[in-house]
Design a protein around this ligand. Structure first.
Ligand SMILES: [Ca+2]
Ligand SMILES: [Ca+2]
Ligand SMILES: [Ca+2]
Length: 251
């Protein structure tokens, strides 16, 4: 038997394994053959075209819904904050207006009560004209009990008003020279702001004369027609009407 015969004999005895052959072919194919572009595309599509799957579409929809819901919540929050802010601003304005109206009502009520109890307002002060007669010291005490002080005249307008309102009555003023004869001074019974009363006086001609060396308190007399010449000094024990004044500092 020659060599060819031996090989022929061996070949006839070997059984080819189809599986092994296929694997060899595949191995050979992927080992030696470069991947084509289409092959890569097929692989990519197979792995990443998730949106074509029902679960992918559902995820996208859920994501969009979440974004829309979040935007809605943010929008509602902004709107709510604006509405609440507007509501509180309106409530504060109404409360402030109500407080102002309440103060105005109380103020008017107080003015009405004062007027009905004998008080009269002129500019920033209130005035009370007594119906009784008392000494200067008792008159001063009466004004203090009323939370006021004997009237202090600060201006020509006030002098004219008091002269007119006191009518035909002679009234005490908060003016005296009881401390030093001839040195006239205004009282300062808590009449803050009135202590700077100007030195202008409205004495009658020939007054003050300190008659009998015993006239130390000033009265406003209506026995003269000139309101700017109507003061007279009298004994402080003389019983007269008096006028109290309430200033903003004593109200
Ligand atoms: Ca005054
Ligand atoms: Ca005197
Ligand atoms: Ca006199």
């Amino acid at each position: 038997m020659n060599t060819d015969q031996k090989h022929a004999g061996n070949q006839s005895c070997e059984v080819e394994n189809p599986t092994m052959q296929t694997m060899d072919i595949d191995k050979d194919t992927y080992a030696n053959k470069p991947r084509k572009k289409d092959d890569i595309g097929v692989t990519f599509s197979a792995n990443f075209q998730w949106w074509k799957r029902p679960s992918g579409v559902a995820a996208v929809c859920l994501g969009l819904l979440y974004v829309l819901l979040l935007a809605g919540i943010i929008g509602l929050s902004v709107y709510y904050n604006r509405v609440i802010g507007h509501y509180y601003s309106a409530a504060r304005f109404q409360t402030s207006s109500l407080n102002n109206l309440t103060k105005e009502r109380d103020h008017l009520k107080e003015e009405l009560n004062k007027q009905s109890s004998g008080w009269q307002k002129f500019e920033s002060s209130w005035y009370y004209l007594s119906t009784e007669k008392k000494s200067w010291t008792e008159s001063r005490q009466d004004c203090l009990k009323r939370g006021a002080h004997l009237v202090i005249i600060n201006s020509k307008k006030e002098q004219e008003f008091i002269h007119e309102w006191s009518g035909c009555l002679d009234i005490y003023l908060g003016f005296h020279d009881t401390n030093t004869e001839g040195v006239w001074e205004w009282i300062n019974d808590g009449a803050l702001g009135q202590s700077s009363a100007p030195g202008t006086t409205y004495w009658r001609d020939g007054e003050p004369n300190d008659a009998d060396q015993g006239e130390d308190c000033a009265q406003l007399s209506n026995k003269v027609s000139d309101p700017l010449k109507s003061w007279n000094d009298v004994p402080c024990t003389t019983a007269l009407h008096w006028m109290c004044e309430k200033t903003p500092s004593t109200l």
